[in-house]
Design a protein around this ligand. Structure first.
Ligand code: C2O
Ligand code: CU
Ligand code: CU
Length: 561
């Protein structure tokens, strides 16, 4: 996986290129490299600290093998981020209690951030700050992967508004395994506008990082590769929150702010409170919504975030509330489970089974309310607490008149690879650094209309073969599509009517009114989004955030120029 590059060439590329990769510079050398041949990924010498950059916050972040006590008994071998604050406000780093996840990094909008990433893993790696709007050189592009023993220095201005973000590796063809073994962490960005709202903070603001993992009898993580995991993504047998099984929080009868991140490789959750209380959503990927929204349930795909106002006032001390993931038609976690093994979490997972094209015979139908994600124990009755603001922020909605390409949307067609092959692609092309298409060249400082949809007939050829179900199965599965760089807005979703029955299970769970960087595109859906490409030229990836799909090639790049 490590690209072997002649050292002198590396140095040449460094001098010719990296210096020019700052803000809005033209990385002309990139275009030269596009002639290098298919599959080749350039390798660039690690970025060094620049003496001219005076950071407000400086962090050393080491990735290395470690072990953590997750289940009863034997410790689990994991890969871990270890963060140490070199400079900056004391509350910049907090560790999640008893967690193997990376420290929570708390930044303020406007801060200058320097992070020294040191690789002490046995393989190359690079870290991406999912959600942050940074120059290409600071974005964790796989071409910047560093070898064991090397250090890469990130330096950037924090431009984002208040939001929850996600740091994780973005290593070429190894993102899924590196995240799976523990490399994941949360970045919370604060700003003055959010602060003025006086939302619950301190012990009343709780990060909830949801992942699924499978353990063997010795408490070691199992990452089953294989065809099923390739096609549908890896689905673990146990739910962990903040790296803990059977996660619970003890609360008082007042309002809390739950900052939820789906950091699973592939699992999609349909989150709902078990007593039917609606979920009060105050924010998504890119920060606060204009006003709170009540949802019967919320769909949360890999890498999506949810800011939830959870008010426990009026509840009885000693009572419990459980956040569950409900069954839904077309859940990839349940597809193929009967044939290929794994992925099932007992009867509760089965829900009412899949209907229609998704193959009634594949799954046995059974009632069921899904599975628990975490439990809230109401411990103390108190009489005061904050109340929910009716207005949170102002979001200027983009209109079609604002885009540079109203009649010519940039398309992102989701498709499987060639017949019976395991490759995955976007626009019919698997990831290749040297293969930027003209439709993927975006003029900097423009606002673009983008359509994400399932390529007709380009779905899951392999699946038809696996299930022996004929080509009717090609209809595909939901894919969370993530675009690097600035957040976008969802303009609309257009559904092919033959998918309506399954879609009814999930349609009320999308929160499309806020700023997003990842959008779940259900089978039969065409999602139109509007995205700005401001400030930075260079390569910015877009890909499916089912990490197995990303690693198998369901990733492309925009060349912003
Ligand atoms: Cu969270 Cu390109 O990734
Ligand atoms: Cu990202
Ligand atoms: Cu996908």
């Amino acid at each position: 996986m490590q690209t072997i590059v002649d050292r002198s060439r590396r140095r040449f590329l460094l001098q010719a290129g990296v210096a020019a990769l700052g803000y809005a510079a033209t990385p002309g050398w990139l275009r030269a490299m596009e002639g290098m041949g298919m599959g080749a990924m350039p390798k660039i010498a690690p970025n060094k600290a620049s003496p001219a950059f005076n950071p407000d916050v400086e962090i050393e972040l080491v990735c290395r093998p470690s072990s953590a006590s997750i289940l009863n008994g034997r410790a689990t071998r994991v890969w871990q981020y270890f963060a140490r604050l070199i400079k900056g406000p004391e509350n910049t780093l907090t560790t999640l209690p008893e967690s193997y996840l990376g420290s929570v990094m708390r930044f303020w909008k406007g801060q200058k951030i320097r992070i020294r990433l040191r690789n002490e893993l046995p393989e190359s790696t690079i870290t991406h700050w999912h959600g942050l709007h940074v120059p290409m050189l600071m974005d964790g592009h796989p071409m910047y992967a560093i070898d064991p023993g090397e250090t890469f220095v990130y330096e950037f201005d924090l431009l984002n508004r208040a939001s929850m973000n996600f740091y994780h590796p973005h290593t070429h063809e190894a993102t899924a395994t590196q995240v799976y073994h523990g490399l994941a962490g949360v970045i919370l960005v604060n700003d003055q506008e959010e602060r003025a709202l006086e939302l619950p903070s301190g012990e009343y603001e709780i990060p909830i990082v949801i992942q699924d993992r499978t353990f063997d009898d010795e408490n070691q993580l199992i990452y089953g590769g294989g065809m099923r995991h390739g096609m549908f993504g890896f689905h673990g047998e146990r739910i962990l929150v903040n790296g803990r099984p059977d996660f619970h929080i003890d609360v008082s009868t007042r309002a809390y702010r739950l900052r939820i991140l789906n950091a699973s490789n592939a699992r999609i959750y349909k989150l709902a409170w078990d007593d039917g209380t609606p979920i009060t959503v105050i924010g998504v990927d890119g920060g606060l919504l204009e006003r709170p929204e009540e949802k019967p349930y919320v769909m949360l795909a890999p890498a999506e975030r949810l800011d939830v106002w959870a008010d426990f006032s009026g509840r009885r001390g000693g009572s419990q509330l459980v956040m569950r993931s409900r069954a839904f038609a077309g859940d990839p976690a349940r597809m193929g489970g009967g044939m290929m093994g794994g992925g099932m979490m007992g009867g509760g997972m089965c829900g009412r089974g899949m209907r229609g094209r998704m193959g009634g015979e594949m799954m046995t139908a059974s009632g069921g309310s899904g599975y628990p994600v975490f439990t809230v124990n109401i411990k103390r009755e108190v009489s005061d607490g904050p109340s929910l603001p009716t207005r949170l922020t102002k979001i200027e909605r983009y209109r079609l008149e604002d885009v540079a390409n109203p009649g010519r949307p940039v398309s992102i067609a989701i498709s499987g690879g060639h017949h019976m092959s395991m490759s995955m692609s976007l626009n019919g092309r698997p990831y290749d650094f040297n293969d930027v298409q003209s439709s993927e060249r975006i003029p900097v400082d423009t606002i673009q209309l983008i359509e994400v949809f399932h390529a007709r007939g380009g779905g899951m050829h392999g699946m038809a073969m696996m299930g022996g179900m004929g080509m009717g199965m090609m209809a595909s599965m939901p894919h969370p599509i993530h675009l690097h760089g600035q957040c976008f807005q969802v303009l609309d979703r257009i559904l092919d009517e033959q998918y309506e029955e399954d879609y009814a299970d999930i349609r009320d769970g999308f929160v499309d009114s806020g700023w997003k960087d990842t959008v779940l595109v259900a089978p039969g859906e065409r999602v139109r989004i509007i995205k700005p490409f401001q400030h930075f030229k260079g390569r910015f990836m877009y890909h499916c955030h089912i990490l197995e799909h990303e690693d198998m090639g369901m990733m492309r790049e925009f060349a912003v120029e």
